[in-house]
Design a protein around this ligand. Sequence first.
Ligand SMILES: NC(=O)c1ccc[n+]([C@@H]2O[C@H](COP(=O)([O-])OP(=O)(O)OC[C@H]3O[C@@H](n4cnc5c(N)ncnc54)[C@H](OP(=O)(O)O)[C@@H]3O)[C@@H](O)[C@H]2O)c1
Length: 201
Amino acid sequence: MDRTVLITGATGTVSTALINALRGSGLTIRALVRDESKALPDGESTPSSAILADDIATRSAFRLKHGGGRLGMIDVRDIAEFAAVVLTAGPHTHHGRTYTPTGPESLSFAEVAAVFSAVLGRQVHYLPTGDAEIEARLLGVGVPVWIVGMLTEYARAYASGWGDFTTSDFRDVTGYEPRGLAGFIRDHADAFSSRERSPVV
Ligand SMILES: NC(=O)c1ccc[n+]([C@@H]2O[C@H](COP(=O)([O-])OP(=O)(O)OC[C@H]3O[C@@H](n4cnc5c(N)ncnc54)[C@H](OP(=O)(O)O)[C@@H]3O)[C@@H](O)[C@H]2O)c1
């Protein structure tokens, strides 16, 4: 059957990965963007993830306002592959279903730092911080005020345990296991490799 999928926010991180995952699927892809000059996704990271990667590369530390909250975080490539499986299945296979795909384990950011340390072979530190500092940095690199506010709300929710769970949805739908954090770090090692500026802590 000839089917068309409309991908909104097509310049974004998740949508870029989804467009890549759908290549060769036989589906016709329509990409909706608000700025035509960005019409071809370039896969660049968002400002907030670029700040984290830069801090790990230059200071071997990252700052977040997630406190001791744990999170069943999922690799963006797995979000895309999950969506591609759903979209390429017959139109009725997933009709009316709601899924909550997660990564394989729920980790605190102290544990995330330990995984970074083990994979990169140097000590990486998680530095819990307050809202004002992070907000100022995000605003400084041009993140809109409303997104900074949304990220603050997310961080408070995660700090209170809102994201501390995993599900089997990814495996149930795709038939294989979601990627783990260590693999994510290995696959993006260039972004985190040491460009020492000044050690923190
Ligand atoms: N990535 C994650 O870990 C994660 C986790 C939880 C939830 N989410 C949610 O998943 C969604 C996608 O995330 P993402 O990481 O892919 O985001 P992203 O990289 O920031 O991409 C956002 C996309 O939305 C478009 N957009 C933003 N404001 C718009 C507006 N007012 N009108 C039209 N288009 C607009 C952007 O277009 P421009 O390129 O023109 O700016 C971009 O294409 C977001 O709702 C995010 O909150 C993501």
